[in-house]
Structures are given as structure tokens and as C-alpha cells.
Design a protein around this ligand. Structure first.
Ligand SMILES: [Mn+2]
Length: 345
């Protein structure tokens, strides 16, 4: 496996120089953040990003994410033009040597939590999802300030988005994903860029919006839409594993054997009860995820792909982007490498 670290560009308080000093780190996972969703990423901007990363001794072989515009998820008439732009972005990424693109197909909201700075017993801060609190939130009230959510949406924007999704149930969303993948994957194959869908986080419907990448059955359905290793998965242990319905070790074993895991996100969550969880340190005993079991499954199938420590807690007084501090993710990466080394030896 190749160990990587998510980096949010020059504005990230975590610097490339810091990441370079983490033992075993081969590269960063990043994106271009100043291009509006739906527009093609220019080749020269991608190359500039890559050269900057390479100049600090790190690789840039994974992009997370190239966002999928809502019009594609909704199946609106303008989707064909937007898919053309997406194809052009994939071609440019391939030309710049990018090997994997992580994306998701979640309507309106990306990952969702009730709090970003919940204090744990040891004084660290973590992201949590308390079902009773999220259930009380009303996105149409105009007062929703969902932590981490894109606040550039106005109250009117969100109302019209919710209206638009009234005619998109799960089956319709699957149709729109199928339409997207059948057009995109042949281009990804040509460009040498493996697509890796991120599961919905959390893996259940929120605010009445459809969510479809939530379980083994849905991952099976996804990979069968287009039979190619370029149509693969980001297996995120925390996103899938915050539901007791998903056995992440079994899922890793299954999709690694099929060569459909193009990217691994490894993190731990502590399930309080179904629908409520707290993110935890990577060490298995701190939460509900059998991280060593996941790594053993990858090792058994000779996994050569990219792995990154997913969210960490905020520790040692660090401030910054919730879930994406330096210290706890660095600790997590060493836990992952320690397990990997001990399996190897
Ligand atoms: Mn993830």
C-alpha cells in the first residue's frame, strides 16, 4: 500500500513540510479549490499543484474530490455539458499523472455531523453525530448552520434544491449515477485514472434526501453498473462502519479480492447506538472498527493502492480544520504502518 495524507492546499494550516516528516508518507491527496463546481480544471493549474507537491518531496497521485454538480445528480438537461467538463477534467488529471479520483454522489449535503468539537474524556475534541440532534434540525428553516457544510448556499438556493430533489427518489438517483458512470468510466480507462466513489457519510438518509451508497448491496450494484477496475470504491471504514449493519472487515476482504478498492480511508468510530456515533482515535480499542482486521484483509489480497488516515481528533491544543489536524492523523498513520509492518514481518 501507499500511505498518503489529505492536504487542503496552501491555506491548510498543515504544511507540506510537516507531512513530509511523517515516517512512511509517500504523498498527499488534494484538489484545486478555487474552481467553481462544474467547470473543467485547467491542465496548467493541475500541473502547478503537482509541481509544488513534488518540490516538497511528495507525490500527487490521488485527487479528492472532483465534485459532481447537483444538476448531474438531479439528471437535469444541462448535465450533458457538465459531464463533458468532468470528462475533460479527468483527461487533464491523467495527463498530469494522477491515478485515482475520489468523488461522491450525495445530494446537497456531503458528510454530516451534529458537532465538530465535542470534548472527549481525555480533553481531545472530535466530530460526533447525535441522531436526536440531527433529527431536530430543519434545513428549510433558514437557520441551519450545519457544521462543516458549505454556507455559500442561500436560504432560497437550499429551498429550490430540496424542491428539485422531491422528484428524485433512490431509484432515480441510481439512474442518474448510472448515466454518469457509463459516460465517465470509458474516459477514465483511456486516461488511466481510477474512479473511487466515497460512501455516503453517514450511510443513511438525512433530511429526507435520498442516499444510495450505504451498504454491501449498494456497493455490489455500483460496481456492476460498469465492470471495470476503473469503476471502483473508496472504502471509508468510518463512513460505512458507523452503522452496525456494515462489517467493514468483510467488505474490505470482499472488494480487495475483486480488485475494486482504489482508495482506502482508515478511521475509527465509536457507535453509541445505531444512528449515533463519535469519531475516535485510530487504535481499534478506542472505537468500534477492527482496524487491524481491515489491514489484514488488504494485506491478504496484496493491496497496492492508496491508503490515508481519515479524520483525526484535535489534540495537544491544535486548531484548524476539524478532523484534519496534523497530530492525530499522523499518530493514526503510524498505527496503520505499525500493523502493516508487523504483518509483513
Ligand atoms: Mn472518508
Amino acid at each position: 500500500m501507499k500511505l498518503t495524507f489529505r492536504w487542503y492546499g496552501e491555506d491548510d494550516p498543515v504544511k507540506l513540510e510537516n507531512i513530509r516528516q511523517i515516517p512512511g508518507m509517500t504523498g498527499v491527496v488534494s484538489a484545486i479549490y478555487d474552481i467553481p463546481v462544474g467547470e473543467t480544471w485547467p491542465l496548467d493549474k493541475i500541473i502547478a499543484l503537482k509541481e509544488n507537491v513534488n518540490s516538497k518531496g511528495l507525490e500527487l497521485e490521488v485527487i479528492e474530490s472532483v465534485p459532481v454538480p447537483e444538476a448531474i445528480k438531479l439528471g437535469l438537461p444541462e448535465r450533458d455539458d457538465l459531464i463533458e467538463n468532468y470528462k475533460a477534467t479527468i483527461r487533464h488529471l491523467g495527463q498530469a499523472g494522477v491515478k485515482v479520483v475520489c468523488y461522491n454522489f450525495m445530494p446537497v449535503f456531503d458528510w454530516t455531523r451534529s458537532h465538530l468539537e465535542h470534548e472527549l474524556e481525555d480533553g481531545s475534541n472530535t466530530l460526533v453525530y447525535y441522531k436526536n440532534q440531527v433529527d431536530k434540525m430543519d434545513p428549510l428553516s433558514g437557520e441551519l448552520s450545519l457544521p462543516g457544510w458549505d454556507e455559500s448556499y442561500s436560504k432560497d438556493d437550499i429551498k429550490s434544491l430540496f424542491d428539485a430533489y422531491k422528484s428524485v427518489d433512490e431509484e432515480k438517483l441510481w439512474e442518474n449515477l448510472t448515466y454518469f458512470l457509463k459516460t465517465i468510466i470509458p474516459v477514465a480507462e483511456e486516461a488511466g485514472v481510477k474512479m473511487a466513489i466515497h460512501p455516503d457519510d453517514p450511510p443513511w438518509s438525512i433530511f429526507g434526501l435520498p442516499r444510495i451508497i450505504t451498504s454491501e448491496a449498494s456497493l455490489d450494484r455500483l460496481i456492476n453498473i460498469y465492470d471495470s477496475e476503473y469503476n471502483g470504491i473508496t472504502l471509508c471504514t468510518g463512513s460505512l462502519g458507523c452503522s452496525t449493519k456494515n462489517d467493514v472487515v468483510a467488505l474490505t476482504e470482499k472488494y480487495a479480492a475483486m480488485n475494486r478498492i482504489n482508495f482506502m480511508h482508515i478511521r475509527n468510530v465509536k457507535i453509541i447506538e445505531e444512528g449515533t456515533f463519535e469519531e475516535a482515535a485510530h487504535m481499534a480499542s478506542m472505537g468500534s472498527i477492527n482496524v487491524p482486521g481491515v489491514l489484514k484483509a488488504l494485506h491478504k489480497h496484496n493491496f497496492k493502492g492508496y491508503v490515508r488516515p481519515d479524520h483525526g481528533r484535535m489534540i495537544w491544543g491544535e486548531t484548524g480544520k476539524p478532523g484534519y489536524g496534523l497530530y492525530d492523523r499522523a499518530l493514526g498513520s503510524q498505527y496503520i504502518l505499525g500493523i502493516w509492518d508487523s504483518i509483513n514481518n
